[in-house]
Design a protein around this ligand. Structure first.
Ligand SMILES: CC(C)(COP(=O)(O)OP(=O)(O)OC[C@H]1O[C@@H](n2cnc3c(N)ncnc32)[C@H](O)[C@@H]1OP(=O)(O)O)[C@@H](O)C(=O)NCCC(=O)NCCS
Length: 93
């Protein structure tokens, strides 16, 4: 549901290692696809796409509808959620 690395340890490769581990764990479980959701801007988009995720849909107003408080990133309010999918057929090892 959510992935986060302690701020003191961010940008040291921990998040990429964690995400890579999850991708392999879900692959071994026999899944065909793995889906994540994130805001429509920010470095997180590169974080996921670098590992093979591709944008598949947009969930408009997700952050307004599902959060009690407004969420900001880089001073901009998050409104919509992008859904990105890792397709195991497209990313065979
Ligand atoms: C997203 C997150 C889990 C990535 O974990 P991490 O350990 O920092 O990631 P890595 O060190 O493996 O870096 C992955 C890339 O993200 C970039 N990155 C990480 N944190 C960043 C930040 N605060 N600002 C800008 N870029 C950042 C890194 O520069 C790296 O890119 P590079 O390879 O081009 O240098 C972590 O930054 C985090 O907890 N963020 C806050 C919570 C969050 O946004 N979770 C995701 C919700 S969808």
């Amino acid at each position: 549901m959510s992935i986060a690395v302690h701020p003191d340890k961010q940008m040291t490769g921990v998040g990429s290692t964690l995400l890579g581990w999850v991708i392999q764990f879900v692959r071994k479980a026999g899944a065909h696809k793995l889906e994540v959701g994130t805001g429509t801007f920010g470095y997180q988009l590169a974080f996921y796409q670098r590992q093979g995720f591709r944008v598949t849909s947009i969930d408009r107003d997700f952050f307004i509808t599902n959060y009690d408080e407004r969420v900001f990133e880089d001073g901009i309010q998050l409104l919509d959620m992008l859904r990105l999918t890792f397709d195991y057929q497209e990313n065979r090892v």
